[in-house]
Design a protein around this ligand. Structure first.
Ligand code: B4P
Length: 195
């Protein structure tokens, strides 16, 4: 399963809750990058150059990291990827990894919320955690990248008929209930793409 959504839509928040309920491991590319930044590893030093500005870490770096993570044993019973893929090149790469392992995606969950709600949530988080990429200018840049690049990723999965779209506005528990109710009911491609 994948969780896709703009920054602040609740991906990380919901990934944790859904993975608990489904009993599968949650893998967040953002969390892996942040752990590497904190540990000052070579990957972290490279990733930080992009993350602080709200840019995507280059596909080559991100893809290699995901391939390595998906080769660990704990993903054998299924996994939930949070924040990957974000570009169509990452979609192609993930397709190849999954084909190689004889696996396939069951569900791609898209969480939605309007940009002003997202900015307000992330500015709220900035006060609590002081994440370096939660300033208003950087948040708006991350939102632009989502619209420019990641919406094409969503469209790809909609065409395959495995996209489930859930409204991310409301209480955290309510959103989880909505997701659990919706899983297994993929949105027909014609509806998801607005055609
Ligand atoms: P991420 O860590 O994925 O950051 P994010 O998009 O902001 O999502 P996050 O999971 O943190 O926030 P969430 O929506 O859960 O990525 C960070 C950076 O890493 C990227 O900018 C990029 O540089 C790099 N990166 C990661 N993956 C990459 C990839 N595949 N390719 C290239 N680069 C990559 O929640 C946000 C806030 O909203 C929280 O404070 C939460 O409490 C709040 N919230 C959640 N649900 C709510 C609700 N229902 N109501 C009110 N508030 C809510």
């Amino acid at each position: 399963m994948l969780i896709i959504g703009p920054p602040g839509s609740g991906k990380g928040t919901q990934a944790e809750r859904i993975s608990d309920r489904l009993g599968v491991v949650a893998i967040s590319t953002g969390d892996i990058f942040r752990a590497n930044v904190k540990g000052e590893t070579p990957l972290g030093i490279e990733a930080r150059k992009y993350m602080d500005n709200g840019d995507f870490v280059p596909d080559a770096v991100t893809n290699k990291m995901v391939r390595s993570r998906l080769s660990e044993e704990d993903v054998d019973g299924g996994f939930l990827l949070d924040g990957y893929p974000r570009t169509t090149a990452q979609v192609d790469y993930l397709d190849a990894i999954l084909a190689n392992g004889g696996q396939q995606l069951d569900v791609v969950l898209q969480l939605t919320a309007d940009d002003e709600e997202l900015v307000s949530r992330l500015l709220g988080r900035a006060k609590e955690t002081g994440r370096s990429d939660d300033t208003e200018a950087v948040i708006r840049h991350r939102l632009d990248l989502y619209h420019q690049q990641t919406e094409a990723v969503v469209a790809r999965y909609a065409e395959r008929g495995i996209l489930t779209r859930v409204d991310g506005i409301g209480g955290i528990g309510d959103v989880t209930d909505r997701v659990m109710g919706a899983i297994g009911n993929p949105v027909p491609a014609s509806v998801a793409s607005g055609r």
